[in-house]
Design a protein around this ligand. Structure first.
Ligand SMILES: [Ca+2]
Ligand SMILES: [Ca+2]
Length: 183
């Protein structure tokens, strides 16, 4: 009986951590705002048609005046200027200390995928990873994000539905409680 209870407890713990990961991955690929970019300041900052300034999350491009700063700015400009951008805004702080929206930025890549601009700057060697405290983990960035996942989190997710995982976890915990009561 004790072994069974231990097994059930272990199962419940695994399922709960898996559930947390599901919610995390869903939260990490949401589109919070759609706008157009009117100007690009440097390799990690631009201005939207709404007047809001955006700072790309968890990356660092050279400041203007530093080596390669023009190349980084021009590359970011080629990806976003006068284009529609899909912004995943940081749910933890929303803006940085300068009032800029902290975002993972997506642009249309093709009919099925967005391009992750933050990741494109890293992969192109124009910016480096700087993992600030926010909702994002730059190590989990993928270059091409399926639109189905970003627009309808969970619907086309390769992960099991969070509701299903929660139900199974609740069942396991219920069983565990029943075992403990009978001891
Ligand atoms: Ca967000
Ligand atoms: Ca981070």
């Amino acid at each position: 009986m004790e072994t069974l209870a231990k097994t059930a407890m272990l199962l419940a713990a695994i399922l709960l951590s898996f559930t947390a990961q599901c919610f995390h991955s869903v939260a990490c690929s949401e589109i919070d705002m759609v706008s157009t970019v009117v100007s690009v300041y440097d390799g990690d900052t631009f201005t939207l048609a709404t007047g809001d300034k955006v700072r790309l999350a968890d990356i660092n491009a050279p400041e203007m005046g530093e080596t390669s700063s023009i190349e980084a700015r021009d590359y970011l400009s080629s990806l976003v200027r006068q284009k529609t951008v899909y912004l995943d805004i940081d749910d933890m702080n929303r803006t940085d200390k300068y009032g800029r929206l902290v975002c993972v930025v997506y642009v249309d890549y093709n009919s099925t995928h967005y391009l992750n601009v933050n990741k494109a700057l890293i992969d192109g060697g124009y910016a480096e990873i700087k993992d600030y405290p926010n909702e994002f983990d730059p190590r989990s960035f993928v270059l091409y994000l399926p639109k189905a996942i970003a627009d309808h989190p969970g619907a086309a997710s390769p992960l099991p539905e969070p509701v299903f995982v929660v139900t199974v976890a609740a069942l396991v915990i219920g069983l565990l409680a029943a075992f403990l009561r009978r001891r």
